[in-house]
Design a protein around this ligand. Structure first.
Ligand code: NAD
Length: 467
């Protein structure tokens, strides 16, 4: 077992860049910042290490992944404590401890997915077999909201399929990812997993590197577009998990008291800083006031505060820029005549990048808080009279990551779900990802799939053998 102090000491350097707790402003530690020479050196090591790693059998690599999952399990509390300080997310609720647990779960699931060769033709004309072989070195570039979990989403299938991995964490959360890598490397062979902390220029160096063969990227649509351009020169494979602005459509048959909690957490998971969180809610006029009031009550009563305090389940925004995006969007909504039912007034005297859980009603579809991804704790609730209109509103944005339908009638919910344009539509839940179930965005929310056997195939090269 690794303690929090040991783990933090292992990833902190004396002359590095300071990283602060977004809740208190206190120093968490100093991170190494990589140069492009460091990227070159890491790629050279990875290319060498990949040769023997890629030559192992699936069963042998699965065994390593399970041992890496054991290491995460043994250090789960230390990892969660680092997340609570660096990301600011509370230890409890669907936050830091949950994230450390998800890392273990995704490692084990990716170790165990069966991936057999597919016999496509086997008759008098011959035999054709489709198999999946390693790509080589995968560059994995990530965001700050779920830094460990998203790194595992990228590295676990990549390693399982025989690739070496170089992670480029967000500049906002470098210590979390270095801590995770330190733990995983207690179990993995040397050189197959490395981390190059740095800013966007280091991400660019990774996505342009001629000896990196595949990019797995999770982050904003704008950066995803830049990566696609960088990747074009060498025809690198890319998987892009990008921004979303997920709609939830409530049907008039729901029992508000039964469903309000789940709707709330669909939107406010990780204090709203989640790609596939519910970011705009469409509610029929007949139950509009009742649901708005129920959500406002939960928002006002849910404890928000410092990540390391056991009682909190909502935390600060991770950084000043994100806090300003949320505050500006709510302010604009207020000026346009929307009602701020609860929240909306950050306490200027409080340290840290806090923004209260905010419910906004009487807001229309064209408002920027509806049109733009807020990525924070402010939910716009739009009233509708006509379900067809609500579906049109849900579908009209340029993004399509997740969506949800809320109803007591499963058949009706499925009918509406079939009309929503998104990578995933949940019924009576939102954002519930599962390592066995493929996940990815459509439109400007991304390209490719993660998770499950489909996810394994996307970090491998399809290879057909015909005799
Ligand atoms: P971001 O695009 O600003 O940064 C993501 C990463 O890209 C960082 O590591 C950054 O250093 C790096 N980067 C910046 N410029 C680069 C370049 N030119 N080339 C290569 N790398 C570069 O995103 P963010 O602010 O960290 O994350 C928030 C966004 O991520 C939101 O839009 C959110 O919806 C999205 N997101 C999507 C998913 C998903 O699974 N679809 C998951 C989490 C977050």
């Amino acid at each position: 077992m690794t303690t929090f102090d040991n783990l933090l000491a292992a990833v902190t350097v004396t002359d590095g860049q300071p990283v602060h707790d977004p809740a208190t402003g206190e120093l968490v530690g100093n991170t190494k910042m990589s140069s492009t020479d460091d990227v070159d050196a890491a790629v050279a090591i990875a290319s060498q290490a990949q040769k023997s790693w890629g030559a192992l059998s699936h069963a042998e690599r699965a065994d390593y992944l399970h041992k890496a999952a054991d290491a995460v399990n043994a250090s789960a509390e230390a990892l969660a404590q680092i997340l609570a300080r660096e990301v600011g997310k509370p230890l409890n609720g669907p936050n830091a401890r949950f994230e450390a647990g998800a890392c273990e779960a995704w490692l084990r699931a990716n170790a165990d997915f069966p991936l057999e060769d597919e016999v496509l033709v086997d008759d008098e004309s011959g035999k054709s077999v489709l198999s999946y072989v390693p790509i080589g070195v995968v560059g994995a570039i990530g965001p700050w909201n779920w830094p460990m979990m998203i790194s595992v989403w990228q590295l676990a299938p990549s390693l399982r399929m025989g690739n070496a991995v170089i992670l480029k964490p967000s500049e906002h959360t470098p210590l979390s990812v270095q801590a995770l890598v330190a733990v995983l490397n207690q179990a993995l062979p040397e050189g197959v997993l490395q981390v190059v902390p740095g800013e966007g220029d280091i991400g660019q160096a990774v996505s342009e590197h001629p000896d990196i063969d595949k990019i797995m990227f999770t982050g904003s649509t704008k950066t995803g577009q830049a990566i696609m351009r960088s990747a074009a020169a060498d025809m690198k494979r890319v998987t892009l998990e990008l921004g979303g602005n997920d709609a939830g459509i409530v049907l008039e048959d729901i029992n508000v008291a039964d469903m309000a909690q789940d709707i709330f957490w669909g939107a406010f998971i990780n204090t709203g800083q989640t790609c596939a969180a519910l970011k705009r809610l469409y509610v029929p006029a007949s139950i509009y006031d009742e649901l708005v009031q129920a959500l406002a009550k939960i928002a006002a009563e849910t404890p928000m505060g410092q990540g390391v305090s056991e009682e909190n389940v909502l935390g600060p925004l991770q950084n000043a820029a994100q806090q300003k995006i949320v505050a500006d969007l709510v302010e604009e909504a207020r000026k346009d005549g929307a009602t701020i039912v609860t929240g909306g007034n950050p306490d200027d005297h409080q340290t840290g990048y806090f923004y209260p859980a905010t419910i906004v009603s009487d807001i229309d579809q064209k408002n920027p808080l509806v049109q733009i991804e807020q990525f924070g704790p402010a939910l716009p609730i739009i009233k509708y009279d006509d379900l067809d209109q609500a579906i049109e509103w849900a579908n009209e944005l340029e993004v399509g990551l997740g969506s949800s339908v809320w109803s007591s009638d499963a058949d009706r919910a499925r009918e509406v779900a079939n009309r929503l344009i998104a990578g995933t539509t949940w019924i009576n839940k939102h954002g519930a990802v599962d390592p066995r179930v493929p996940f990815g965005g459509v439109k400007k929310s991304g390209m490719g799939l993660e998770f499950g056997v489909e996810g394994l195939k996307q970090v491998a090269l399809p290879k057909v053998t015909t005799l």
